[in-house]
Design a protein. Sequence first.
Length: 339
Amino acid sequence: MLAYFSRRLLLIIPTFIGVTLMVFALTRFVPGGPVERMISQMQSQAVDGGAGSQQGSQSLSEEQIAELNAFYGLDKPIFEAYQEWLGKLVQLDLGESTRYYEPVWDMIKERLPVSMFYGFWTFLISYLVSIPLGILKAMKHGSKFDNISSVLVFVGYALPNYVVGVFLISLFAFQMDWFPMGGFVSDEFDDLLWTEQVADLFSHAILPLICYIIGDFAILTMTMKNNLLESLAADYVKTAIAKGLPFKQAVRKHALRNSLIPIASHLGNVVSVFVAGSFLIEVVFNIDGIGLLGYESIIERDYPVVMGILAMSSLLLMFGNILSDMCVAMVDPRVKFGS
């Protein structure tokens, strides 16, 4: 097993280089960038200022534009610039934002607790509810409860989470005024008592958490149900029941563990979402987390921030895949890595 996971860890290096190099090259080919954004802003200011400010659009000469490209490192060939970025990354230096002129790692670190908060509760609630619900649906397959819950689960899965977010804000925040319109906490959060801070935090978190949970909840529930039904139809479970083992004990001792294998394989894939959050949900609810930071950096062509978030999320996803393999090995005794 040690040799298997050692090879998997070594494979992270070429995979990471391939992913980041491809995105790094795309940032050079797509239109726009920090220099173009600066020129566009100056032109728009010149238009707003009228004829007296028309010279503002011509204020940057070709030499000045070349100096700006050199300042942002855009004058170098792609591979040379990528090697420079990768060398800084090895030293845990993600560069500096071209929009805010702040270290990228400081910007990510400031917003990381917000996304981790939502990631933790999404992970916890999804698994604590979907696995028991999937087991119950399998044991009551074909019943009225199973049919009604399946309809609700599939409706929730079919709706995009950001559409659900807009609906929840419109109904429960705007019309009924039960919850805040958005944000992570209130403006007066620091002046509240700790009990009021907890209440304020979760009042802001309820609607976004529903959007986070709804997708994974449906997948995990139906995966758990279908795999448990498949295990219950297996010969070894039928044999155990025929020998006199009660049905519930047959489910718990024989069928349940095998049914958890697909759930275990999905476990590591949520690690990246656990930290990186969701772009669209954070945009809809104006949550200042990693997702909103990534969305704004893409819109504003803030490429150092884009690459920093990409590096973090891709590493988390690859380590998450290894974690999935470890979880499968723990659940499935048939898996013997390296033998």
